[in-house]
Design a protein around this ligand. Sequence first.
Ligand code: ADP
Length: 313
Amino acid sequence: MKIGIVGTGMVGSTAAYALVMRGFGSEIVLVDKDKKRASAEANDILHAVPFAHPLDIFSGDYADLKGCRVVIVAAGVSQKSGETRLELLQRNADVFRQVIPEVLTVAKDAVIVVATNPVDIMTHMASHFASQMGVPKSRVLGSGTTLDTARFRSLLGRHLDVDSQHVHAYVVGEHGDSEVVSWSSATIAGMSLEEFCEVRKLSLTQEHRDSIDENVRRAAYHIIEGKGATYYGIGSALARIVHAILNNQRAILTVCGRVDAVGDVKDVTIAMPHLIDGEGLVDSIPIALSNAEQSALQASAAVIREAIDSINL
Ligand code: ADP
């Protein structure tokens, strides 16, 4: 199955590498306005294929996206010095105004997976441009808090000495400062964290919780401070999302998608657990949040909606 990636900076190309290493798909096409970069990334990753899984990876133009089941969009521009967040958003809106119709004109049936930050807002824009072409909103999703959820599970697993794949816990809301780390809905082996700690004679104090929360929420800042960018985690999360789509898996992942309302915030794109199949978003799954978490989710939705309202679409 064919996968396209538009935008082959660190995030797009790491996603391609993750797809190759895991053997997802049979053909991967890299497209970037910087053709030299796309071609160099495709060649570099091609040389990893003999050590991974048999598939083809090459760079091309939009026309080469024909037949893609999934297209990851990681294209974007970075902040210029002195530029405001809003000016940057507006320039990224212009990138998507061009990219999304180009992709959907060629890859008519593809599910679009947006990775460009701020991902909730960029996914909302992608959905807006896609809807102008009659594409249903279920076919546009973003990486949302898939990575934040993985960070939460890994830190909880480490603290409670259990494999993170056996921790069920979610981060919802904006992929950013206002995201909601949901402690109240977290379970391990069908038990709440309090029950699990009692059974296993472990302690999970408020201090532990605060430290895990901080490390989930501020992870990107800490990583960027140390190495200038984050890409391995998000690249792997994107590969996981693509896998769910290619395999019609009906997986539940905290991607972001456009929903009618979160409380009194209408028409907003936000991360929540979503059921995902081969056609994209099937439904959002409302997890049971505590009252405080529910209010935090609404506040987070308001932050996203305010940013959406500030752009000229
Ligand atoms: P990240 O670290 O998020 O991957 P980068 O700035 O490294 O960010 O990568 C963004 C990529 O998007 C760059 O390779 C850039 O050339 C590409 N890009 C920007 N605008 C467009 C566009 N209109 N069409 C295709 N690719 C684009």
